[in-house]
Write a protein that binds this ligand. Structure first.
Ligand SMILES: [Zn+2]
Length: 258
């Protein structure tokens, strides 16, 4: 007959064993994996922001060789996770009415709606962003005008920025384009040496734009988010992690009037 007390002790021993974690590091395919051996039944792989570190938790009984083999079999998945983390962009919300706050180059501007019978437009005026619209214009029209302003700001800033980094990295960008993107700050077509940049970048500080430009330009040298890619990022832009964190943690570029 089993005694309740015994069962209690063995359960506690099991709990203690589960809590005993052993942390090691393993090099696989040129990058470092944080390995945690603990009281789990399965191997569990995760890729963590902001720099895509790979963590593997697994039972104590799994050898380094088996762990390495497991990671090797999931390289494509790791690459996909890293792309998602590296290029993720938080979604903005927008209404563009009087008193709303819009950031341009990281500086908050208050929208002042100015009804006109003349030319429509969005213009910076001191700390304000003046939206000249006509009576009855729909929200989409306001969004479009702010969008035009952001695009023209980027068109003004990008040629010099890209030319500078072309000479530093030693790559040639054949073409850059702007696009509204909901999930990425930037992307690139490596074979065409073309980079795409999110129009929203004009709402963030110029250092954020630079970090995204450098990220995409380094993809022209190294396609994947691997150790070589992050090594180049570290070499050219040592504070890229801070810039990336600031980019993803900054408040939404458009806030509704209180
Ligand atoms: Zn990328």
């Amino acid at each position: 007959m089993r005694c309740v007390g015994e069962a209690g002790i063995s359960w506690q021993n099991q709990l203690m064993a589960n809590r005993r974690e052993r942390h090691t590091k393993l090099r696989v395919a040129g990058f470092e994996v944080d390995v945690v051996r603990k009281g789990v039944k399965n191997l569990n792989l995760s890729v963590r922001p902001p720099d895509g570190r790979v963590r593997l938790s697994m039972p104590h009984s799994v050898s380094n060789g088996e762990a390495r083999e497991f990671v090797m079999s999931r390289l494509a998945w790791i690459d996909r996770q890293r792309s998602t983390i590296a290029d993720r962009v938080p979604l903005p919300t927008s209404r563009y009415v009087d008193g709303d706050v819009v950031s341009v180059w990281g500086i908050e501007r208050t929208i002042r709606v100015d009804t006109t019978v003349g030319r429509r437009g969005a213009n910076l005026d001191g700390v304000d962003l003046v939206l000249s619209i006509r009576d009855g214009d729909a929200t989409e029209r306001r969004v479009g005008l702010v969008d035009d302003l952001l695009r023209s700001e980027l068109r003004g800033a990008l040629p010099d920025l890209i030319a500078f980094w072309e000479s530093v990295i030693g790559v040639d960008v054949a073409e850059w384009r702007l696009r509204k993107m909901t999930t990425r700050w930037g992307s690139c077509n490596i074979s065409k040496r073309r980079i795409w940049l999110n129009v929203e970048l004009a709402t963030r500080d110029p250092e954020s734009l630079e970090s995204v430009v450098v990220h995409e330009m380094i993809h022209l040298v190294e396609r994947r988010h691997n150790a070589r890619f992050y090594g180049l990022m570290d070499r050219y832009l040592p504070d890229w992690r801070d810039r990336r964190a600031a980019l993803n943690e900054s408040p939404p570029p458009v806030r509704s009037a209180p």
